[in-house]
Design a protein around this ligand. Sequence first.
Ligand SMILES: [Zn+2]
Length: 412
Amino acid sequence: MRGEEPALVEALKVRALPEGSYDRLLDFLRLYRDAVQMVVDRVWGLKAKLSKKRLHRLFYNDLVSLGLRAHHAKEVYVYAESLVDSARGSGGRRPVLRRLSARVDRYDYRLDLDSMTLTLKLHSNYEVRLKLVTSKERVEKFRGWSNYELVVKYDKGGFWVSVYFKRAVKPSKPGTVMSIDLNFDNVTLAVFTLNGRLLRLKRFKTPHRKVLTHRIWAERIQERYSRSWRYIRGVRRAVERHGERIKSISWDYAHRVGDLVAELALKHRSAVVLEDLEKLRENGKRGRRFNKRLGLWFYRRIQFCVEYEAMERGLEVAKINPRGTSSKCPRCGGKLVEDGYRVLRCRKCGFVGDRDVTAAVNLYRKYVSKHPRCGVLGVAPNAPKPDEAPSGMRGNENEAMTISTYMNLYGN
Ligand SMILES: [Zn+2]
C-alpha cells in the first residue's frame, strides 16, 4: 500500500453454491492447483528469486496452453513464487499443495451484490455462476467499496469464496503521535504531544512463548517422521493441529492488541507510527529483536491488526525504517550499549533508558523529522538527568510504565 492512498482492505468470506453441477468448478480448481504445483517445482529447482518478467517468460505460455486465462496464468506464477519464497525464507521444504483453492483476478469474475451472485470465468472459456450464501446485511457493508481479488476454495464438500474489498480512507489530522516498538516478547507504545512531551507509556506482553511451544512440538514430530509425516494421516493431523493452534493464538492476540492500541490512539487522536518490518530484513538485525524460529509473520500479523484498526478509526498510520532505533542515543545520537536487563546506556552522554521505550522514542523522533508540519519538532530535546533511569520499568506484564523517567526527555 506504500506510495498509494491509504486504503482499508477487508475480505468477505462466504459459502457459495454453484448453479448446476460442481464438476466444472472442481475441474478448474484441480487444474489451478496442479498448475501452481508445476510452477513451484520448477522454480524450486532454480534456486533464485525470479522477477515477474522472468516468471512470465518462463511460464505464461505453458499455463495458457493448459486452458488458463491470461490473468489466471499471472495469478498462478505469482502465487507459486510467493509460496517458494516463504518456504525458503523459513527454511522449509518444497511446498506440496493439497487443498483446492484458487486466487482469481477481478477481471475474471463479476460480482453482483444485488442478486448475491458471482460469475467466475474458468479455464477453456467456461463460466460458472455461484449463489452467495449469506445475509444481505453482511454484504451491505461493502457497497461503495471496490472489490479486487477473490479466493475460491473447496473444503469439506462445499465451496467458499473470499472476496477482497478496498476502501480509500482519509485520515484525520493528528493531535498526538503514538510510536509502537515491537519486540520478541512485548509491544511497547509511547504517546507524545506534537511538541515532544511524553503523555503515556504502555506495554503489552506477547504470547510468543505459547506460539513457540506449538512450533517446537510440530517441528519435533516432523523431525521424528522426517520422511513420512505428510503421508501418515494421524501424524499429519498432529502437525496440523499445532499449526491451527498457532494460527488462532496469534490472530486472537493480534486482533485484541490491534483493538486496544487503536482505541488508545483514538482517545489521544494519535498518528500511529510503526516500524517498517520490510526494512528489517535489509538491516539484517531481525535476529536480535525477533525470534527467528517464530519468523517475522508473527510480528507482521500484530502490525497488520494495529494498522487496520487504526485506519478504520480514521487515524493516520506511518511506517518508519527502524534502522538505528534500538542502538542510537535519543539524546546525543551516540551509540547505546547494553547495561543490564532491558537497559541501554549511552557511553557518550550517560543517558540510561529502557530498551523498548528508547526504541519507541527514537521511532517517534524519526517520524517527526520526516513530518516537519509538527512545528516545534526537529529541535534537539533537552537532556534528561542521568539519575532519571527507568528503575520502575523492569518486568514484562501489561503494566503502564513509570512516565516520569521519560517525561523530561524532550524538555519542558
Ligand atoms: Zn547520548
